[in-house]
Design a protein. Structure first.
Length: 88
C-alpha cells in the first residue's frame, strides 16, 4: 500500500469531521459522546485473525480517527450567541 494513499485517507478522516461540523453544526451532546465511545470500542476491539491486513487496518484507523475527531471537536462548533430578551 502506498504511503500517499495512507496519508490521503487519514487526512480526509481528520478534515471531514470539521467540514461536517462547519456546515451542519454540532448535534446534541450525547451523539458526540457516543461517537467517542464508538471510536474507543472500535480501537480496542480485536480484529479476527483472517481479517488481518493493511486494508482492514486502514479502514479501522480511518473510522477511528473520523469518530474521535467528530466527537472531540464538537464543542468548537456550538453557537455562542444568546437571544436578546425583551426586558433589556
Amino acid at each position: 500500500m502506498s504511503s500517499g494513499l495512507v496519508l490521503a485517507a487519514y487526512s480526509c478522516a481528520a478534515i471531514l469531521p470539521f467540514v461536517a461540523l462547519h456546515f451542519f453544526g454540532a448535534r446534541p451532546w450525547y451523539w458526540h459522546v457516543l461517537s467517542i465511545c464508538l471510536a474507543f470500542a472500535l480501537g480496542f476491539a480485536p480484529i479476527p485473525e483472517q481479517w488481518h491486513g493493511p486494508y482492514v487496518d486502514l479502514i479501522t484507523g480511518v473510522a477511528f480517527t473520523f469518530l474521535l475527531v467528530w466527537g472531540v471537536a464538537a464543542p468548537l462548533f456550538i453557537p455562542h450567541h444568546r437571544p436578546h430578551s425583551r426586558l433589556s
